[in-house]
Design a protein around this ligand. Structure first.
Ligand SMILES: NC(=O)c1ccc[n+]([C@@H]2O[C@H](COP(=O)([O-])OP(=O)(O)OC[C@H]3O[C@@H](n4cnc5c(N)ncnc54)[C@H](OP(=O)(O)O)[C@@H]3O)[C@@H](O)[C@H]2O)c1
Length: 278
């Protein structure tokens, strides 16, 4: 187990749900936790409760993600863990962001991709772990065109969600391939089916599952945060293997498309272009 008092841990999407539960646990264990959220009111309330610094960015805007990245880069010379956790399932109508991308793809994949890239120097210098919250939903989705970040054809909310979560795994694999030798240890994980605000925007049966009486059989946010906390507090290369997809602290085989290194490379290049990275 790593000494948490010396660890600086940035958790995105920590104003609620799994991110908030992880932040609460890690802070009470002594880590220097920094949280981000979309809602100023909610994020500020959690930050005040935990006595941690907070930052606001709505991932539907890449400009806000760039500002977040630049602020974090300026404020912290060391980041030991970056947990890209913000996201969720979007409403049933397809929405395109002002940046021109499908909102699920932008919020769940492009934003975390961009934030990580902005922080690369700090993350490499800190020998950081980058933990990406994916989902088992990636198993049931396929990407016919890996460079399609707009999803103009055949849109479904669940389909877009699954694709974005498959992108989280492909991003993890390519981040590992490119930057493991430079110090970064990356992992993706599925938190389980967790009783959070997830599904709120989507409505229908998903909302019913997450907010109706059945919610009591779902995992608590604290249990859902377990694998994130374990990855953040244990040693990559010793306790877990970088570049892998985890569920319940164990490596799990992801969607077959995620096993193909060429797919990960194509997505990385398309995402770099989409976010204006060199
Ligand atoms: N719950 C599950 O069963 C489940 C299963 C598999 C994977 N996941 C994944 O787990 C992660 C956390 O979700 P959760 O279940 O904890 O849901 P949640 O309670 O709704 O929390 C989602 C977090 O993401 C933030 N967020 C959402 N949209 C954002 C945006 N446009 N810009 C910036 N931040 C945004 C929210 O910020 P605000 O609260 O400030 O709006 C909140 O902090 C997500 O990536 C989700 O896909 C969840």
């Amino acid at each position: 187990m790593i000494k948490l008092k010396e660890r600086t841990i940035v958790i995105t999407g920590a104003s609620d749900g799994i991110g908030r539960a992880a932040a609460t646990h890690l802070k009470s264990s002594g880590a220097n936790v920094i949280i981000t959220g979309r809602s100023r009111e909610k994020t500020k309330a959690v930050a005040e409760e935990l006595k941690v610094p907070y930052y606001i960015a709505d991932y539907s805007s890449l400009a806000e993600v760039r500002q977040l990245g630049s602020d974090l880069k300026g404020d912290y010379s060391t980041i030991d863990v970056l947990a890209n956790n913000a996201g969720g399932i979007m409403g049933s109508q397809r929405t395109v962001t002002d940046d021109g991308y499908d909102r699920a793809i932008q919020v769940n994949h492009l934003a975390g991709f961009l934030l990580t890239n902005i922080l690369l120097d700090t993350l490499c210098a800190s020998k950081a772990s980058v933990i990406n919250t994916s989902s088992a939903a990636q198993q049931f989705s396929g990407l016919t065109d890996l460079s399609d970040l707009k999803l103009d054809i055949g849109y479904s909310s669940m389909g877009a969600y699954g694709k974005s979560k498959l992108m989280n795994v492909l991003f993890t694999k390519e981040l590992h391939r490119r930057y493991n030798s430079l110090g970064i240890s990356a992992a993706a994980f599925h938190p389980g089916v967790v009783r959070t605000n997830f599904g709120e925007e989507f409505g229908g049966r998903t909302k019913l599952l997450y907010s109706g009486p059945i919610k009591y059989v779902l995992k608590t946010p604290e249990k859902g945060a377990d694998t994130l906390i374990w990855l953040a507090t244990s040693q990559p290369g010793k306790d877990w293997i970088p570049g892998e997809y985890y569920s319940k602290r164990h490596i799990k085989r992801p969607n077959r498309q995620a096993e193909d290194a060429e797919n990960a490379k194509i997505l990385w290049e398309a995402s770099s272009k989409a976010t204006g990275l060199p």
